[in-house]
Write a protein that binds this ligand. Structure first.
Ligand code: JFZ
Length: 513
């Protein structure tokens, strides 16, 4: 086996204050990452979203995880692959798709109230059914009793509410005759190894006919993507799925050129790491460990533990409300259903690690958003309306993760989102030493975000107000205001940091009283 020798370099990233290990570019790649982190305004806007909404909607919403009196316990949008449901039954569902209660404006208003800044919509999931009237197949919304262009309705309604729209597009298509699955390269070490060792001669196809037909699928996929960009110029990006397939990875050169074409057609287009692999089948990061495309999409239903795990890259986390249901499932008793505060905590954690957090909704076959999701949207939105400053536009803080919750930062303002309130109502906050010699951080101001009331620091800056440890970090005890002592929900304390000369610190602390 050919082994890739790599030199591991420890690179210190000053801007975020953590050490990241990246692999030095030693393997020549034609289709690896192209260029570094984007700095344009489109990507800057993406970074500031903080919170988004995902919507999985398609004909799978009609069975809603149940067929012929039996319940499918897998993800509802995968029901076609369930042996209990005949393919022909599934493939005829679209003839009944008539979501009479669908109201795009209402969905968009709800998303806005929840605080979502972007929305990702499933234009086509693995089943191949198109929620827009694609010219390239009959299997679309145009041939349902509903008939109208759902993608257009949603793009218009969300854009009108100021919410950016991204289009989810599956490159697995169980409906197209040319589609071929070469197997999941993540799930199969043999495939992964074969592609890695001899990418030129590796052949995922069993017959020449399959290989030829796959060319029609590639042309179809390209046509559909160009069509989406033509039809919906207001969208900001494409959210790909299904790219773990060996046939797709084998076509890395073609996929790469398709990406170039899509970007040239649509200014600022944002594409995540789930679109293409390098020529050796490496996904998300290439053989040199560098992120492929604009942001890391590997954190699905899963948050990174710390900044090191993010590699310093842009990333998003898409999250289901039940354990693993994206499309509508009529029975949510099958798994734990997250509460609004579970989701808020994940959103804050994601933002504290420089990621965006996206909550998934699965409307039913009639176009209703279920009551549980509506309640969650409302409660998340109520929290965001008061505490959103802790999320929108914030970044990884120079304050480390602490027992009570997470810190996020915007300039010299630090938001302390408290999920574990200390029993004694003193919030002990650790503030690291300044990186500048002879300088230290002090808390210039502290307040309670919901009511804007200032909060006291224990000891009023006299003895006992803070202490230092061996690393030079300072610890402050913030006295939680009376109004929050019986809190039943997470809350935010906001502090303003000031960097002062060490010798001025004691004087400064006293002045604070
Ligand atoms: C995929 C889909 O199969 C699923 O139906 C849903 O649309 C989701 C958003 O994406 O599922 C995945 C994709 C990637 C991983 C797991 C499930 N992954 O990387 O672990």
């Amino acid at each position: 086996m050919k082994t890739f020798s790599m030199i591991i370099l420890s690179v210190f990233l000053g801007w975020s204050g953590f050490a990241q290990t990246i692999k030095k570019e030693t393997i020549p790649l034609k289709h690896g990452a192209h260029g570094g982190k984007r700095t344009d305004a489109f990507m800057q806007r993406w970074r500031e979203y903080g919170l988004g909404q995902f919507i999985h909607w398609g004909v799978y919403a009609i069975p809603g995880g149940r067929w012929d009196g039996k319940t499918y316990t897998g993800a509802a949008e995968w029901i076609r692959s369930w042996s209990e449901m005949p393919d022909a039954d599934y493939d005829n569902l679209y003839k009944q798709f008539n979501p009479v209660n669908f109201n795009a404006e209402q969905w968009a208003k709800q998303a806005k109230q929840m605080g979502a800044k972007y929305m990702i919509f499933t234009t086509k999931h693995h089943d191949g059914f198109c929620m827009w009237p694609s010219k390239y197949t009959e299997y679309t919304i145009a041939n349902t009793p509903y008939g109208k262009d759902i993608v257009k309705e949603l793009v218009d309604a969300y854009t009108a509410e100021g919410i950016d729209v991204y289009l989810y597009f599956s490159i697995i298509d169980w409906n197209h005759p040319g589609y071929y699955s070469g197997g999941n390269i993540n799930g199969s070490p043999e495939i992964k190894k074969a592609l890695r060792e001899d990418p030129v001669n590796y052949n995922p196809f069993k017959t020449a006919a399959q290989r030829e037909k796959y060319e029609t699928f590639k042309a179809f996929t390209r046509n559909q993507l160009l069509e989406l960009l033509d039809n919906y110029p207001a969208i900001k990006g494409l959210w790909f799925d299904g790219s773990w397939d060996a046939a797709w990875c084998k076509n890395a050169a073609w996929v790469d050129s398709l990406g170039v074409e899509l970007r040239a057609k649509h200014e600022g287009l944002i594409i995540g790491s789930r679109f293409r692999s390098d020529e050796y089948g490496n996904r998300h990061t290439d053989a040199n460990g560098i992120l492929i495309d604009d942001y890391d999409q590997r954190f699905e239903r899963n948050l990174p533990a710390d900044m090191a795990e993010t590699g310093g890259n842009d990333w998003d986390c898409v999250m289901t409300i039940p354990e693993n249901q994206w499309g509508y499932h009529s029975d949510w008793s099958l798994s734990y259903v997250k509460t609004p505060y579970d989701l808020i905590e994940m959103a804050v954690k994601a933002n504290s690690l420089n990621g965006n957090f996206v909550i998934n909704f699965g409307p039913d076959g009639k176009g209703n958003i279920r009551k549980e999701e509506t309640d969650i949207a409302r409660k998340v939105g109520e929290w965001m309306a008061v505490n959103g400053a802790a999320i929108y536009g914030t970044q990884h803080s120079l304050l480390e993760k602490q027992d009570w919750g997470y810190a996020t930062q915007n300039g010299d303002t630090v938001y302390l989102s408290v999920f574990n309130k200390p029993m004694n109502n003193l919030l002990r906050v650790k503030i690291p030493k300044s990186k500048t010699r002879d300088m230290v951080y002090v808390i210039e101001k502290a307040g309670f975000l919901p009511t804007k009331e200032p909060v006291r620091i224990n000891g009023d800056g006299k003895a006992g107000s803070y202490y230092r440890d061996k690393t030079g970090a300072s610890y402050y005890d913030i006295v939680l205001p009376k109004s929050i002592r019986d809190a039943t929900q997470p809350f935010v304390i906001v502090i303003k940091l000031k960097e002062v000369d060490k010798k001025d610190r004691d004087a400064y602390q006293q002045a604070l009283t």
